[in-house]
Design a protein around this ligand. Structure first.
Ligand SMILES: [Zn+2]
Length: 425
């Protein structure tokens, strides 16, 4: 039988090419890619005028399970991933309870496999209950399937604890994934420290709260020779430090979110708690530094920090609403519209930032299309424009500062392990 994608333009993020090729899938694997494949009883999808790319990879999502299933579940989160063109996501461990045991790591992998919309790679906690007091069992967590270690949601406050984490992760060749936030500097801040916080009379979060911890962890990672990965980088000075560390040969990787590339704290004036996120939306100078960091390779990849909350929770005032909003269903179209359609990035470059490069940094399979590779494929329509409508999200989280934006480059067909898991053609 098999499944044949006919007439599409195949994006290769490694060779940085776009080629008109048919793609034939048998069961879970790509078995042929050629300019013209005759169909012999295959299920055919005509994807002419559409882009065929590797299933996207997001190294930073919150699936909220276990324990916060009113915000999201592994089922809804992976359906949302499929709708966003993603085949693999890394799930952050700040759930209830925190993913700090091998049993929870296995549970998340099994649960995602049961639904089959996307592969979920758990990230395990650095410290027990992410309390910063006691290191988790890195080796057992790694054996259970954790792809890295993070106390995301907060920073590891103790330098000694971070150093021990880097040593333990190095022995397993896995990254320590850093949410950089020195709590003595971020304090009770709710948005970026600056004019907007002043205007609104709310406490601000200094960019230095993030930059200082990034500086510390670069020093520690370099001394230990470990791989440190920085989450959702937002201040200009942090981009500079990462650039410098890389030039010295440190094993540093970093991600940036679409919202830090596209929005500033000015958005809080317009949208209030909807735009409350941690790290906060920063200044225009910071935003531009993030864009430049993405373009010059300092920032290695796009990650969404998909952080679903209930609409009720996000409707609270700035001081009381939780940090974060959803992103996985809109990220590709946002990036396509803002960067590819406006000729800042080429399409193969964007696809690399959202598939091949995260795969490489986190030692994941996939991230490119080739014969013999898993049939994890996203098909994107570059032409049709569509409004961001949260009511149509698969995610339980409906709050996004990008609501109402008109975007193009929407995923229209997602194939995971050879199965069509999203079809909106
Ligand atoms: Zn974080």
């Amino acid at each position: 039988m098999g499944l044949l994608l006919k007439g599409g333009r195949v994006v290769d993020p490694v060779a940085q090419t776009i080629q008109k090729l048919d793609v034939l899938i048998d069961h879970t694997v790509i078995i042929e890619m050629a300019p013209e494949i005759a169909h012999q009883g295959h299920t055919v999808y005509d994807v002419s005028h559409q882009f065929v790319m590797p299933g996207l990879i997001d190294v930073h999502v919150h699936l909220r399970e276990p324990g916060q299933t009113h915000k999201e579940t592994i089922e809804t989160g992976t359906m949302a991933a499929a709708a966003g063109g993603f085949s693999q996501v890394c799930a952050m461990p700040n759930t209830t309870p925190v993913v700090d045991s091998p049993a929870w790591v296995r549970h998340i992998i099994d649960e995602a496999a049961k639904y089959g919309y996307a592969k979920v790679h758990p990230i395990a906690a650095i410290t027990k209950s992410s309390k910063g007091q006691e290191l988790t069992e890195f080796e057992a967590l790694s054996e259970a399937g954790a792809v890295g270690f993070s106390d995301d949601g907060k920073g590891v406050q103790s330098a000694e604890m971070m150093r021990n984490a880097l040593l333990a992760a190095k022995a397993l060749s896995k990254p320590v994934i850093v949410h950089a936030e020195d709590e003595t500097l971020s304090g009770s801040g709710v948005i970026n420290f600056g004019d907007v916080a002043k205007t609104l009379s709310v406490p601000g979060i200094l960019p230095d709260a993030e930059t200082a911890m990034i500086a510390r962890d670069i020093v520690l990672a370099q001394a230990v020779g470990a791989h440190v990965h920085f989450c959702h980088v937002s201040p200009a000075d942090a981009v500079g430090l990462i650039k410098e560390a890389k030039s010295k040969g440190a094993h540093v990787t970093a991600e940036v979110t679409p919202h830090h590339l596209l929005l500033t704290d000015h958005e809080v004036l317009l949208q209030g708690s909807t735009a409350k996120v941690n790290p906060p939306l920063r200044s225009e100078t910071d935003r531009r530094a993030c864009v430049n960091g993405l373009l010059d390779g300092t920032l290695d990849m796009i990650a969404t920090d998909h952080a679903p909350h209930s609409t009720e929770e996000k409707s609270r005032d700035l001081l009381h609403a939780p940090f974060g909003f959803v992103g996985i269903e809109t990220s590709f179209a946002l990036m396509y519209t803002a960067f590819v359609h406006s000729h800042i990035l080429s399409l193969p470059e964007l696809v690399a930032l959202m598939s091949y490069r995260p795969a490489k940094a986190f030692h994941l399979d996939g991230g490119r299309l080739a014969v013999g590779q898993p049939a994890d494929i996203a098909v994107v329509d570059p032409i049709s424009e569509k409004v961001v409508d949260p009511d149509r999200f698969y995610s339980k989280g409906k709050v996004t500062p990008f609501k109402g934006r008109v975007l193009r480059g929407w995923p229209v067909l997602t194939i995971f392990a050879g199965n069509v898991v999203y079809n909106n053609r």
